[in-house]
Write a protein that binds this ligand. Structure first.
Ligand SMILES: [Zn+2]
Ligand SMILES: [Zn+2]
Length: 214
């Protein structure tokens, strides 16, 4: 296995590592059991990046929970592309939770009853939520059972080797799709790649709206 790059080929290796370690794809609908891997994706910036990871997971038989926003400045879940992305995630067998902006925790029929707060403050991060699982409440958020790639940095190291070796009794792994779907040696470069892709998408939307781009 090569260096721990934040790209799709190492993401594939991470998923294969989990398979090799005998982990089972778990959903936030019951207490963690030995061998569970709760694969979580907070979709902050790009539905397209989410779909890239979702397709790869589907190909490898992996299941994740995608947390989608209804209040994002970067995408619109009610748009044609937003509805198509939601439908596709469901078709590939993934779960869909709400990536909520505090204190708005309004679930509707699009979401499973599970919530991940966007950029939470410590005061409410792990507080129970009426009618829904909070992914950052106990037991899902427990020291030694949580790894996150926030800002393209695994604070406790990339977990691929520990996954292969079955080192975790169970694990909640938080993976942000844009970091893996877009290229860049730094977060800045990765964001530039995403902005290039968004510019191309927006040009297509403009053409679809019959804007004269000649
Ligand atoms: Zn790695
Ligand atoms: Zn977020």
């Amino acid at each position: 296995m090569g260096a721990c790059a934040f790209d799709l080929s190492h993401y594939r290796e991470l998923l294969e590592a989990a398979e090799a370690g005998g982990y089972r794809w778990a959903e936030f609908d019951r207490q963690p059991q030995p061998g569970d891997l709760f694969l979580r994706h907070d979709v902050d910036l790009s539905l397209e990046a989410a779909l890239e990871l979702a397709r790869l997971e589907h190909e490898l038989g992996a299941h994740a929970t995608y947390f989608l926003m209804t209040e994002s400045a970067f995408y619109n879940l009610d748009s044609h592309a937003g509805r198509a992305a939601h439908r596709q995630l469901r078709q590939w067998g993934h779960r869909v939770g709400l990536h909520a902006v505090h204190p708005h925790a309004e679930l509707d029929e699009r979401f499973d009853p599970v919530i991940a707060w966007h950029n939470p403050e410590p005061e409410y991060m792990s507080e129970p939520i009426a009618g829904a699982v909070n992914v950052m409440e106990a037991p899902y958020f427990t020291p030694g059972h949580y790894r996150s790639d926030s800002n393209a940095h695994w604070r406790e190291g990339c977990p691929h080797e520990e996954l292969v070796g079955g080192a975790f009794d169970w694990l909640h792994m938080n993976v942000h799709p844009v970091i893996w779907a877009y290229r860049g040696e730094s977060m800045r470069e990765t964001m530039e790649s995403m902005l290039d892709a968004k510019r191309a998408e927006w040009l297509e939307y403009l053409a679809n709206d019959r804007i004269d781009l000649s």
